[in-house]
Ligand binder design. Structure first.
Ligand code: GDP
Length: 531
């Protein structure tokens, strides 16, 4: 029994894919599923997307704008590994959601378009990965097309992102003439055969770099160029150091084309060799070993109305240790309550399915009757550990929001509350003012649009929104805070958050300084950490 459990933990690989929109994240995800045998023909992920739209019509907004707002989870097997891929929204306005998703991942794969290099959003998402200190792997995509010189791309990654890089493989032929890759560690060349436009797994010829067959396959010119580039790589670049990879200080780089499948398998295999099974996580009682018997996990994402017909709300749990079994009772540590996890779901390549058992590294979704918060820890056997909280980003945009129809106040409040519990928005109110008027804070301005859209579609409430000039928020840290004795500047506003903690909204940094000076002994903090 124990052996079987350990084997299951050790074969888990849980990672997130990040990219600037259009770099090819969806295509690569789909091809990984294809290589894992989870789909037979590429093209099905798009229809999975379409199905998702059908069941969750607020995602219309994604379709309209061509961006991915929600993150989803997919599981499949490859070569004995059990792989969990966490998809992340590409748009910067949702980087908070990305951060939470990365909390559940053990490593990240960064997809870069070879023609565009490191783009604005790649940079932002990379910073978020760096905060987590997880290993970051790079897949340079679209090598089938004209792009920047691979040496130039390596330099760009190092300079713009400030991380060392090491090409694990090297592209043979660029700018529409992509033939194969050179595997530096194995000193092997792999030349791909033209496939069926990437719909199925691509065949290839693999062999030692010295094998004469490659002179024929590649042609004298390309072969010669490769030999020169190999030499250059060996003398010029950083050394490979797995320790640095695992600490997120060096990114292994792979070249390929998700569309034609060229380089997808070498990437997947190289990546799986290096990335780790679930690692120990910090809790208030020290590190928790994923291989320990007792079940623990935390909630990193809550999403309401994935299926509007049922008005369901799903809490996503990352399992950190022990085995999960359907119907098991767990301790909801914050709420000090025992709850039964019935109908847990897992998100397999093509479908949602009820899960019987799951292991560290896995993500399961459970029905949330409104009892969970992001960051909550769940433990088996009445244990009481709590994982480190997930920081709440400080909102940078604020608006006053009302229901157009005052008769709809109840639905309005319910909708705002539920959406805020998902972590998409933060709700504030003025002290001594009723809940008819709420102040909503968001990290990215698009979240206002999502709020408006969802309140109307899911809760039947039309809202009026009045944008406010504030850009900064500070949480006031003081015992027995007295609202009446607090001194503000003309252009700042006192409010309280959902937990009735006092906050001040500011238009500029100058006012923050002024308010600090006027209220000696009061500490203003830019982040409120849950737990
Ligand atoms: P995402 O926004 O990062 O998920 O990007 P998608 O996977 O949706 O891809 C964006 C566009 O780039 C689509 O039109 C893809 O067909 C195309 N694309 C993705 N990978 C490749 C590739 O390797 N080569 C080429 N030429 N196009 C690609």
């Amino acid at each position: 029994m124990q052996d079987q459990f350990l084997q299951q933990v050790r074969r888990r690989r849980t990672f997130a894919i990040i990219s600037h929109p259009d770099a090819g994240k969806t295509t690569l995800t789909e091809k990984l599923l294809l290589y894992g045998g989870a789909i037979r023909l590429a093209g099905s992920v798009k229809s999975r997307r379409a199905q998702k739209h059908a069941v969750s019509d607020w995602m219309e907004i994604e379709k309209q704008r061509g961006i991915s707002v929600t993150s989803s989870v997919l599981q499949f097997d490859y070569d004995g590994y059990c792989i969990n891929i966490l998809d992340t929204p590409g748009h910067q306005d949702f980087s908070e959601d990305t951060y939470r998703t990365l909390m559940a991942a053990d490593s990240a794969v960064m997809v870069i378009d070879c023609a565009k290099g490191v783009e604005a959003q790649t940079k932002k998402l990379f910073e978020v990965c760096k905060m987590r200190g997880i290993p970051i792997f790079t897949f340079v995509n679209k090598l089938d097309r004209a792009g920047k010189d691979p040496f130039e791309l390596m330099e760009e990654i190092e300079n713009v992102l400030g991380i060392q890089s090491y090409p694990m493989n090297w592209p043979i032929g660029t700018d529409g003439n992509f033939k194969g890759v050179y595997n530096r560690r194995k000193s092997q060349i792999e030349v791909f055969n033209d496939g069926k436009h990437g719909q199925t797994v691509v065949e290839s010829v693999v062999g030692d770099v010295g094998d004469d067959v490659f002179k024929d396959l590649l042609g004298e010119g390309l072969h010669q160029q490769l030999m020169e580039e190999i030499e250059l790589l060996d003398v010029a670049g950083d050394n490979f150091d797995l320790n640095k990879v695992l600490k997120g200080q060096l990114t292994p780089v792979f070249f390929g084309s998700a569309m034609t499948n060229f380089g997808v398998r070498p990437f997947l295999e190289g990546f799986l060799e290096m990335t780790t099974p679930p690692v120990a996580r910090m809790s208030n009682e020290g590190e928790i070993d994923p291989e320990s018997d007792n079940f623990t996990g935390f909630i990193f994402k809550i999403q309401a109305n994935m299926n509007p017909a049922h008005r369901d709300r799903i809490a996503f749990i990352r399992i950190c240790s022990g085995k999960f079994q359907k119907g098991m009772s767990v301790n909801h540590v914050r709420a000090k309550k025992s709850i039964k996890l019935a109908q847990p779901q897992q998100f397999l390549a093509q479908d949602r399915a009820v899960v019987e058992e799951a292991y560290p590294g896995d993500i399961i979704g459970v029905h949330d009757p409104g009892i969970f918060n992001i960051g909550d820890t769940l433990c088996g056997n009445n244990a009481k550990i709590e994982y480190e909280g997930i920081p709440v980003f400080a909102p940078e945009h604020f608006a006053r929001v009302y229901a157009k129809d005052s008769m709809k106040r109840k639905q309005f409040i319910k909708g705002v509350e539920q959406i805020s519990e998902e972590g998409a928005i933060q709700v504030f109110k003025r002290p001594h003012v009723g809940v008819e008027e709420l102040i909503i804070g968001v990290v990215g301005i698009l979240q206002f649009e999502v709020l408006e859209y969802r309140l109307e579609k899911e809760y039947g409430v039309e809202i009026k929104m009045q944008s406010l000039p504030y850009k900064y928020i500070r949480w006031i840290q003081q015992e027995n805070f007295d609202y009446d004795r607090f001194s503000l500047t003309m252009d700042s506003l006192l409010a309280e958050d959902k937990e009735e903690k006092p906050v001040v909204l500011f238009e500029n940094e100058w006012s923050i300084q002024k308010v600090e000076e006027r209220n000696k002994g009061v500490v203003l903090k830019s982040i409120s950490t849950k737990n």
